[in-house]
Design a protein. Sequence first.
Length: 575
Amino acid sequence: DKSAHQNHAILHGGAHTAPSDAPVGFIPPSTPVGFRAIGLDNQVLLKWQFNPEADIDHYNIYAAGSPLTIPIDGDPLITVPKTINFYSDATVVNGDKRYYRLIAVNDKGQMSQSSPEVVGKAAPVYDDYLTGVYYYPWYSNTWGHNWPGQYLRDYLQPRQSPVLGHYDCRDQAVIQQHLDWCKEYGIDLWVCSWWGKNSNENVTIRDYIKSDLGEDDVKFAIFYESFILGNAPWVIDATKEAKLLADYQYLAQTYFSHPNYFKINGAPVVYIYVSGQYQGNYINAFAGIRQSLKNMGYDLYLVGDEMNAGAPSDHMNFLDAVTAYNMLPNNLSYAVDSDFFASLSAIYDTWETAAHARGKKFVPLSVPGFNNRKSGQTSPNNSLLVPRRATPGASQTSMFEEYIGCSRPFVEPDLKWIMITSWNEWHEDTQIEPLNPAAATNTDISPGGNLYTNGTYYEGYGTKCLEVVKKTLARGVSAVAVIDEKPMQFELLQNYPNPFNATTHIAFHLSEKSRIAVEIYDLAGRKIVTVASGYYSAGTHTVTWRATSSASGVYVCRLSSEEGHSVSKKVVLIK
């Protein structure tokens, strides 16, 4: 006891002392951070942040088919050298979930505390995802939401503005450009914010967007903004029940017959914002709405924003599917320098399981970042910030790519449906709509120069967010496209001379320091000799094979890395 009382500390609550060989002041290895799981076809890719601590020797990965309560019992699934920060678990098959924990171990065998548990799910990578975005038809300089001073990018130094400028959502050229971008980059659905029959948003959707849609354009659906009913929570009484019924009847009469209105098995889809806050007589109210619309010829399909209103419960039973408009497990920190994605996978696992147990579908989403610290709606001290960079120095789309990678395995196989928050919610800086290219800045016009950015960098990203969608979710996507990994690139050059007599030189190029081996095999696959092995720095290296004891013939030279990559070339020995 090193307290000021010198061995007179009092033990409480059943606490007791235990013998330990650890030296006084022992500090265990740091707990790994950024542990996350990306589900791919018949495998789960695990990733974490590099830890520069010199005393870490390796990492232990523990895995089980159900949640791990004591992660260090038994043998680990795999031990990974400290120089590696990813591992692909190919022992799972599509549809399987696996629960993982990561522990750092030093050269004395002493372990860190465990990382949070992450949930990995192997899933096929589809080439025809149904990709939706939340679309906001409320911008104008003469009505609705005015532009200047209402969004973060307008406060940056220098300012960053949309490619289309401070546009009017009713401008036909704007609508057409939005549609063209969506078709080019693989976005299939607009879920349009709707604020009631007499709202500006309704006029924009009804008289402009709906009339501009052609048969080959994106689908659209209504996003019912529940604040139409007043302040949350919404206790559904007779007055609110009548309001809901009138609104849904209006939607049916105005939108559901349009050929581009989004339907699932013929049922028109309506999203409900913060449905988890509905209380009172909501069950009977929506039963009545369904019956009324059925009498009009429509079987309603309701998708509810349930996941920010507490733990899963039977509250979701009035819905057909559950989702979240925004899922931000923590904020004011970089996602992969924290437990953001570990928390996300646990939340998704919990809600998917609960939804399926009740016969409901689960619709995952992805978010490129969030910042409403200067939106005209909140103050910096009452706001959220999730950087668009997954870690300092990463690309401006790295958060988005990581989010898609962790969300995509939870896509329902029969729907292949994933949402993105958002197309153009500029107030919260979740938009993926193209922004004029500009250098990254962390300076804004607030007192002190970074109150709104909180020191994080924002780049004029151009169409880079849309390119991420095309790479990871659009038609023709490949399994590896979701991996925001930059694996070690290496090249084996042809040996010289070739053919050779007795001695030849073998050159190879590494993009980063790595442990490699250069080995020679005969055509039967038997290893003849290891020419070189060990750590090599980034750059081009040359090693020499002196084949004085080998017979003439064709051999295979193979360059392999500790990460499991390899490349080969044939060499010819003539004596």
